[in-house]
Write a protein that binds this ligand. Structure first.
Ligand code: SAM
Length: 284
């Protein structure tokens, strides 16, 4: 169990697997398990495509197989040709350098639409950024891209340092602007592919998670009464107080289709009034 987040105080299946692992070696920071489960649990038992960069001894790949189940398909990527030996019926292993964009495109072609990408490879910014740029656009519309060990963005031995330009952490910080692009009032800040396809970004110690989703222009509404006057509020509250007996009599007297038509028309009128209000306030 970790004390770092959502799952505080309770263990999850991944952590239990890790704790009892008698198979190949897995190397993980312990607070990762909560993060994995939080973002991956909805894919369990489904026929998803999972790509893992950084296979090493193959232990994490075995853990993912156990977690996602027999319906899932796996692609493991590593620069070390010895990792080929971890290939099995469920798993394809591809050997190459993740800084090589040509190679990454062949990974993308072999994997097809990727649902989950776990980036745990070489940990250098050029490798991480190339992997993100080449494969993120190829992911499914509700896919999850998780990149870990980002503390290396702060380590000089990995070309990192606090706020050092070019690290993946700085790159990810810049991408957060895209989450707000629909609100832009500047011609050089536009809704691009990233903004249209990224629902959220999550920053944790050493991990960033990108959750994809079809993002449409945001809308807002106002409901309730705009007044600070308690008397007005009270009068309004009295007026909408439901009279249960009356409601029951109306329900008994008016057939359901008629009631449904009434509520539908009411909703439509309210919607149109809201749109009209928006248009009027927008043109001011
Ligand atoms: C941290 S280990 C992976 C650990 C494993 N995922 C686990 O959880 O136990 C990193 C792996 O990335 C691989 N790697 C290093 N540089 C790479 C590169 N440029 N391209 C692809 N893989 C690389 C290494 O060979 C190593 O097996």
């Amino acid at each position: 169990m970790t004390n770092r987040g959502e799952g505080m105080g309770r263990s999850n299946d991944l952590e239990r697997y890790f704790r009892h692992n008698g198979g190949r070696q897995i190397h993980k920071w312990l607070h990762y398990f909560d993060v994995y489960d939080r973002h991956f649990s909805r894919f369990r038992g489904r026929p998803v495509t999972v790509v893992e960069f950084g296979v090493q001894f193959g232990g994490s790949m075995q853990m993912w197989q156990d977690y996602f189940g027999p319906e899932a398909r796996f692609v493991g990527v590593d620069i070390d040709p010895r990792c080929r030996s971890w290939e099995d019926a469920q798993t394809t292993i591809m050997i190459g350098d993740q800084a090589d964009r040509e190679f990454l495109r062949t990974v993308g072609d072999a994997a097809g639409t990727i649902d989950i990408l776990i980036e745990d490879g070489g940990h250098r910014p050029a490798q991480q950024i190339a992997t993100f740029e080449e494969l993120y656009p190829r992911m499914s519309t509700d896919g999850v891209f998780l990149i870990e060990d980002l503390h290396t963005s702060y380590w000089p031995s990995y070309d990192g340092g606090l706020r050092r330009e070019g690290t993946f952490i700085e790159y990810a910080k810049n991408l957060t602007d895209g989450l707000n692009a629909y609100h832009s009032r500047q011609p050089d800040f536009v809704v691009d592919e990233f903004a249209r396809t990224t629902r959220s970004m999550h920053f944790y110690d050493s991990i960033v998670v990108f959750e994809r989703g079809a993002v449409s222009p945001p809308t807002h509404e106002k409901t309730g009464l705009a007044s600070w006057d308690p008397a007005v509020q009270a009068a309004r509250a009295r007026r909408v107080q439901p009279d249960d007996a009356l409601h029951r009599r109306v329900r008994a007297a008016v057939p359901k289709p008629v009631r449904d038509a009434f509520w539908k028309a009411r909703r439509r009128v309210r919607r149109e009034v809201r749109q009209l209000r928006r248009r009027v306030s927008g043109s001011r």
